[in-house]
Design a protein around this ligand. Structure first.
Ligand code: FES
Ligand SMILES: [Fe+2]
Length: 413
């Protein structure tokens, strides 16, 4: 058992007895409602959070061969073409032809021999080079070498494909921080996409995100489902650098000190508690029942978002998904809909004019942490003063390295 696991179980044990907010934990300021409703704040988020952050764009199993491609168009500013090269490398480019700007590919996914623009057939190789121009003699100024597809940063982490439009952003590994190692032993790179969901919802993207960063609501909103399986008040929550976080919640059926057999992911914290991670800015990953479900909240407008889910679990090969995992997905659908059906009404309420600001409790501190990071990303001086969230949680960030799971086990091996 890793040292971090020990600390998580210690925290879970002490959470059982906790009757007050721990000494020294600060009162959290109200989260101004305008952060969920105002166009100016939304525009700042788009420009300074989403255009500058690593966001999940897919899984390597979607691009099995050279020439396999998909179009990632969840951010309205940037339809991005992701393609696997002859060298096996996955690369991303703006899906914008350098002739007259048409989308190079129109399908959302496929496989081709060359990326041939569907307008006048300019053709690009999988590394973005312009390789063919019909009637090239008609373009005396054309310098092919300078007219390749415009690249977008694209990096893989355990088979997960991330893109980032910001040339100056840190590398993916640095941005992801400790979660990169925590996800390292789960076999994600060899996994297979086993679940997909997408729904446009009339709420701010953070309304959706918030609902998946705490379990305070589960007895009220999910009495028959999650509420019946988790002990909401017994959760170890860790704030990680850069707005990320982790939550391990006690299961009703498993004592904290028991280690049940098997299952996936196969790690002690996953077997003995219900684990979910937030990868800031817009992804929550609950683990269990054979799958990691990457829930993404894509902004569309101040009061509109898309909730997308990609499930990745161990590969099962050809044919249909095994029945137990199919059933787990159906159950997950049910829970997801319980959350989603609640969201549009929350947004309407936030926009009503009666709402002053959100009051977050200790169990909801991960939400506050994500807000703090948004202000850091935007640059606090650029955030309208009445919308700022005072940064108070920095000193509660989980200690690095020593508390990373598996670090200790690996070192010992
Ligand atoms: S716009 Fe692509 S070939 Fe003309
Ligand atoms: Fe929920």
């Amino acid at each position: 058992m890793g040292k971090m696991d020990d600390l998580i179980f210690q925290e879970l044990r002490s959470e059982r007895a906790r009757k007050a907010v721990p000494d020294g934990f600060p009162a959290l300021a109200e989260i101004p409602g305008g952060r969920y409703t105002r166009r100016d704040f939304f525009d700042l988020e788009m420009a300074r959070v989403f255009r500058r952050s690593w966001v999940l764009a897919g899984h390597i199993s979607e691009l099995p061969k050279s020439g396999s491609y998909k179009v990632f168009a969840k951010l309205p500013s940037a339809p991005i073409l992701i393609v696997r090269g002859r060298d096996g490398q996955v690369r991303a480019f703006y899906n914008t032809c350098r002739h007259r700007g048409a989308p190079v590919v129109k399908d959302h996914a496929g496989r081709c021999n060359v990326l041939r623009c569907q307008y006048h057939s300019w053709a690009y190789d999988f590394d973005g080079r312009l390789v063919q121009v019909p009637d090239e003699h008609e373009f005396p100024n054309l310098d092919r070498a300078a007219r390749g597809l415009i690249p977008v940063r694209c990096e893989l982490l355990h088979g997960l494909i991330f893109v980032n439009q910001d040339e100056a952003a840190p590398d993916l590994l640095e941005a992801v921080g400790p979660l990169a190692e925590e996800w390292g032993d789960l076999g994600l790179a060899d996994g297979q996409v086993d679940y997909r969901f997408s729904r446009r919802v009339s709420c701010n993207w953070k309304c959706g995100l918030d609902a998946f960063q705490e379990v305070y609501h589960i007895n009220t909103l999910h009495p028959q489902t999650v509420g019946a399986t988790l002990v909401h008040s017994v959760a170890a929550m860790s704030l990680l650098p850069r707005g990320h976080s982790r939550m391990c919640v006690q299961l009703k059926t498993v004592d904290i000190d028991e280690v049940p057999d098997g299952g996936w992911p196969d790690g002690e914290i996953y077997r003995r508690s219900s684990v979910a991670h937030t990868l800031w800015p817009n992804m929550v990953v609950p683990w269990g029942a054979g799958s990691g479900r990457f829930i993404l909240f894509w902004p569309i407008g101040p009061g509109e978002c898309e909730i997308e889910v990609m499930g990745v679990g161990p590969a099962w090969g050809e044919g249909g998904l095994p029945a137990d995992r199919d059933l787990a997905n159906t159950r997950f659908d049910g829970v997801l809909m319980e959350d989603i059906e609640n969201l549009a009404a929350i947004q309407a309420s936030l926009e009503s004019g009666a709402f002053t600001g959100m009051m977050l409790g200790y169990q909801e501190r991960r939400l506050y942490w994500a807000h703090e990071e948004i202000d850091r990303a935007i640059g606090v001086d650029a955030v309208p003063s009445e919308l700022r969230v005072p940064p108070v949680l920095g000193r509660f960030v989980e200690a690095p390295a020593s508390r990373r799971p598996h670090a200790a086990t690996r070192g010992a091996a």
